[in-house]
Every structure is written in C-alpha cells, then in structure tokens.
Design a protein around this ligand. Sequence first.
Ligand code: GDP
Length: 446
Amino acid sequence: MNAAQDTIVAIASAPGAGGVGIVRLSGPDARRIAQTISARALQPRRAHHVRFLEADGVAIDDGIALSFPAPASFTGEDVVELQAHGSPVVLQQLVARACSLGARAARPGEFSERAFLNGKLDLAQAEAIADLIAAADTRAARAARRSLDGVFSQRADSLGAHLLALRVHVEAAIDFADEPLDTLGGDQVRARLSVAREGLDALIVDAERGRKLRDGVHAVIVGPPNAGKSSLLNALAGSDRAIVTDVAGTTRDTLRETIRLDGLELHLVDTAGLREGGDAIEREGMRRARVELQRADVALAVVDARDPGAGRTAVADDIAGVPAVLWIHNKVDLLPDAPLDDATTVHVSAARGTGLESLHQRLRALATGHSAEGAEGEFSARARHVEALQRAAGHAGTAHLHLQHEHLELAAEELRLAHDALGEITGRISADDLLGHVFSTFCIGK
Ligand code: GDP
C-alpha cells in the first residue's frame, strides 16, 4: 500500500453548470475535512443530507455527503464525495473550504494515479477510464469499458506469464551447460515460444484496432496536383472545406477533416500535390505532406483515371512506407465507360459524387481491419501499448533464433526483455516519467 501523506480535493463532475456537482476528497484527512464542512459525523457508505458550511457557519449549500473509508474506495484511501447543486461557484467554494482545512487541489489524473499506486487498477485500466470518459460513441465506450474490466490487461499478463515460465525453463537449462537443450525439453520450449509469439501477434492486431477506436484512423490524401484531392476531401466531408481550383499547386498547406464511419473517426488530411519542382511555398507543402505520410495509417492515393499509370508513378516512392494504400482513380465521368474496381482500386468522380458508396465501404474495411462492428472482446488501447507489444514480439522473435542456435543466455535475456515490455502495458514495470506522462493527460478530478 502506498500511503499518501496529503489529502487532495477536486471537482469531479464536468465543468460548467449542472443539476448536481460533485467534489471529491481523497487522503488521510478526507473524512475529518468533510465532517468539519458538514458539521456532523459521517458513517461509512451512508448518504447523509447535510448543510455544507463556511468557517463562520454560513451555508455554502446543502447536499449529500458520502464517505468511503480506505481501502474500499476508488483510490484505496479514505474518500469522501460531497454532492451539491451543480453550480461552478458553489463547487469552487467547497474546494476552497476543503483547502482551508488542509486539503490541496489535485493534479490532473491524481485520483486515478493513487488508485493505480494502491493497486486498485493497473495502468491500462487507469488509461481506460480516461478513454471511457472521452469516448465519442457507444462502440468506443464499450471498448474502453472492456479495457477497464481488464480484458486487455489479462491478455497481456497471461502472455507475460507464459514468457516468464519459458525464461525460467531456459535459465534452468543454462545450469546444465554440457547438455544440449533438446535433451532438456528444447523442442517443447520452442513450441511453447511459438504459441506465445502467435498470441503476441494476435494481441498486436487487436490492440491496433483498439488504438484506432480511440485515436481514429489517419488517412492522408495524396496524389499529383489536379488529380482531385481537394474535391475528394470535400465529397467525403460533405462540405466545401478545401479550395478546389484548376491551378496546380493550390493546396499548399494541409487541410484536415474528421468523418465518422461505423463509430470510427477517420481523420482525413488533404495535402499539397506531390510533384517535382514548385515554388518555395509549394515545396514546404510537399514536405508537410511527406511528414503526414510518415504517421498515416492509410494513404488515399488519388490519380486521374484517364492516365492512372503516370499518377501512380508520381506518388509511388512517397507512399511506400504507409501500412495501407487505397488507389482512387478520379474523374471517371471523363471516361466513356467506368472501369471495374478491384481489391486495391476504386473508381470515383469526386465532382459528380459517383463511386463514393463503394469508397466508403473500402474505407470502413481498411479502418476496422475488416472486423465486424463492435466485435466481441474489442477493447481500447493506446499507441504506447501497441509499441510495447511490438517490442515484446521483436524480443520473443530474437529469443527464438537464439534458442535454435543453443545460445541459452542470450535467449533468456531476450525473454526477459519481452516480459518487461509486456509489463509496461499494465504498469508492473514502469518508469516514473511514464506514469507522469500518462496521468498528466487526464482531466482534473479523475
Ligand atoms: P487537387 O489539386 O488534387 O486538390 O485537385 P482539385 O480537387 O483542386 O481539382 C482539380 C481540378 O479537377 C478542378 O478543376 C476540379 O473541378 C476538377 N475535378 C476534380 N474532381 C473531378 C471529377 O471527378 N471530374 C471532373 N471532370 N473534374 C474533377
């Protein structure tokens, strides 16, 4: 148990006016402070109707006081909730009064951080609270709720336990240096490592989907000047957000729109046309386009349907590193017959709005990794989780190679690194700066 010495206080309800507002206290003095404000003793987990009083006895408001003694509380410490009328002025007065009695204003995420430090939640679960609060729709909320219930953490933990057991086996075998691993069950170790690696790969796919549910999908629209990129952004976003002109190089900066597809946010970025030359401003636009492409999940490569080959050649190098590419042959209205779509190509007329339905379908499939909407067991995740899983998978792969060559010490070390990387997800292995970073992005009162 991590015993915090100080008592924190914050408004826990949303900013602004509301029917009811909640001030939350946590720490060793929470009950004493709340009892002083309420001028009565508070029974554990009982709702008391009280008057909240200033030091001079003037009433701030009346409302409900609820006390949750440690350790059966959200933070694991003594927690008290004061429920008053949802007036920002009243709630602020309550916070000030608590501070005058010895509490201090909580930092963003500090309640969740204490819950984590007291073992009430692991780190992925604490992050899921923030994701649940920020969820933009039912699907994202359900996914965050599953992470909060530990669905993601359990999968990461069980893979971690699996890798740890393998490491123990390999380290034990090191002591029998004269024996080849195979006589010590080496085949079985390698087979079990293969199973763990498959589990890791599957978890990466699911976590990546969870990350997209939380962060949305970054789709970057690229193509040569005048292919119709701005027109496509307008057609998808349903507005005249981007400036459409027939002067090559008009979109010199990047334009952004977010559209929703089946509960997923698709962040569309329209970029300057990629071509050789151009003036200084246009070259800056192209540089920005290339930066956007580096963090893109999907490239929407727009080319003129009348000469797609030339367009494809023009952008091929720039999109080479993007995980998924959808080719969009635009201006089919200028062709006598619309060609047929194939697995990676759709034909549209951004100007006329034709082919957009099949474009939507492709985007949906790309964005969700072809999963059914709200797939069973879908959970929310973050970029840092995916990155940790990828590192774990890398170390597990290297461990496998070392095992094949009977380099047992090296294999054991790689298994340790893989296990540690998994531990970062739930915070069992964590650096202080990681914790600071995670919790500082929370809102105050959470
Ligand atoms: P960008 O430079 O790639 O962003 O291209 P724009 O969206 O600015 O379009 C360039 C020119 O092509 C404009 O004159 C548009 O009206 C025209 N254009 C865009 N899409 C279509 C289309 O589907 N059909 C036809 N005929 N013209 C289009």
